[in-house]
Ligand binder design. Sequence first.
Ligand SMILES: [Zn+2]
Length: 308
Amino acid sequence: MKIRNSFAVTILGNASAVPTANRNLTSQLVQYGTNRFLVDCGEGTQLQMIKYRVKQTNLNHIFISHLHGDHFYGLFGLISTFHLFGRTKPLAIFAPQALKDLLDHVLQVSNTTLRFELNFHNLEDFGDKPVYENDHFKITCFPVVHRIPTWGFKFEEKHGIRKINKAFLAEYAPDIATIKAIKAGDGYKAPNGKVYSHNEITEAPLNPRSYVYCADTAYDTSLAPYLFGADLVYHEATFDDSMEALAIEKFHATARHAALQARQAQVKKLLLGHFSARHTSLEGLLEEARSVFENTLISEEGIRYPVE
Ligand SMILES: [Zn+2]
């Protein structure tokens, strides 16, 4: 069996605009292997992290989709806690540029000199280029349709290279230079003269997986290419269909809008979130979405959803 890196998203908050007794403001943790990324940081996020045992360890990247308060007011408290706990590792923040001025101002008026480096990245600077990447994984941002500039984020595995067969490695124990050559596409000639083709000694890579966070957005078919074929998509469903006019006016989506988007983009699974406080029960939203796109779930705080 092939072992894959774990890839999952844990919901820390799925309320829109204002919190309720059982729904916190937007935040979620995306985890890929040992890498962990916080997406949005509404007020109360650090409490949710404690409640759901999300450790601060290895949390070095925070992405803020836009500057409405329900998506970033928790950042100041979280940074303060990092500082008080003696963090020394740099922290990278990816957000609209105006947040940099706010952060600088807050630190200045509270006379705080952070013990760690705060590296700010303006989302407008990236275009199609990844905002983050390593050998196996990359994150890109894309504009969604809201009242102020807002970005969604796509988390995806890179196309894998063929893996060298374990039985082959055990039998011939090739040196590093040979392994590199095989990874680059070479075959292998064994000491006994036997010749192996590249495909004989390697295995096909698994299909790369992807997760898309759509942030706050109106229903707009222009987003479909960014979502296309994703294994899991988190899409806002602030309102139900009876409030479609309000959704359009506020640049938000209904559950049906989210489902139409998922169907059009041929995604595998849809996770609804960003629920208006007026929806005490979410059953209606789920039913509405499932009538258009069957593989829909209502996101629940503290639940870890695998990307598979
Ligand atoms: Zn919001």
